[in-house]
Ligand binder design. Structure first.
Ligand code: FE2
Ligand code: FE2
Length: 200
């Protein structure tokens, strides 16, 4: 938690935090992970936008649709973190560059030398989804039975990340995903209730 914020919190009785401490939750650890996960989702949203633009040709056209579904759900995942960060007394970094840097998502930059290499683009997308599963699973493990509000967000995001992984596994390795396309881009069946401000 940033210093100024912690100071401001000292004199305020926040029962929503106190009960979590009594439940054995390390609040600073949860805030740190929520902010980190938010940075990964935000940065992945940006990079997926650029990767999607480079899915060219006949084959690229169908891949575009799948990346679009995953991309818009990453934006939903970023939004889904926000109220919980502030309810717990955290804040986003003041410097946006710090926020992007902490994500460690540089690997999602366009493939080189061929920017439109579809297989390489899909491999990057898969790696991002698998990293996200690890991140959200970690937060689920830390909050289950102790912090129901954060757990509710983490498990719903995890559910979508697992679907995203299966989509890219299917496209790369022909492993059937049971994939039903979203009814519309940005449907976000599991995180819709956490990101209502997106209004789609
Ligand atoms: Fe995500
Ligand atoms: Fe995802």
């Amino acid at each position: 938690m940033q210093k100024e914020n912690k100071k401001a919190e000292e004199n305020i009785n926040v029962i929503g935090i106190k009960v979590l401490e009594q439940n054995g939750i390390n609040i600073d650890e949860i805030i740190k992970l929520l902010v980190y996960n938010a940075s990964v989702e935000f940065t992945a949203y940006y990079y997926f936008t650029n990767l999607r633009m480079h899915c060219t040709g006949q084959e690229g056209e169908s891949i575009k649709g799948v990346i679009e579904d995953a991309r818009l759900e990453d934006l939903s995942h970023f939004e889904s973190c926000l109220s919980r960060i502030y309810e717990l007394g955290g804040i986003l970094p003041i410097d946006a560059q710090e926020f992007i840097r902490m994500s460690g998502c540089e690997f999602l930059q366009l493939p080189s030398p061929k920017r439109t290499d579809l297989k390489e683009i899909l491999k990057k997308c898969l790696k991002a989804e698998q990293g996200a599963i690890v991140n959200w699973n970690r937060l689920c493990n830390l909050t289950i039975g102790k912090d129901p509000a954060t757990y509710d967000v983490a498990k719903d995001i995890l559910r979508e990340e697992i679907e995203h992984e299966s989509w890219f596994l299917e496209l790369l390795y022909e492993r059937p995903s049971g994939h039903m396309r979203r009814k519309y881009p940005g449907e976000r069946p599991h995180t819709h209730k956490h990101s209502r401000s997106l209004n789609i």
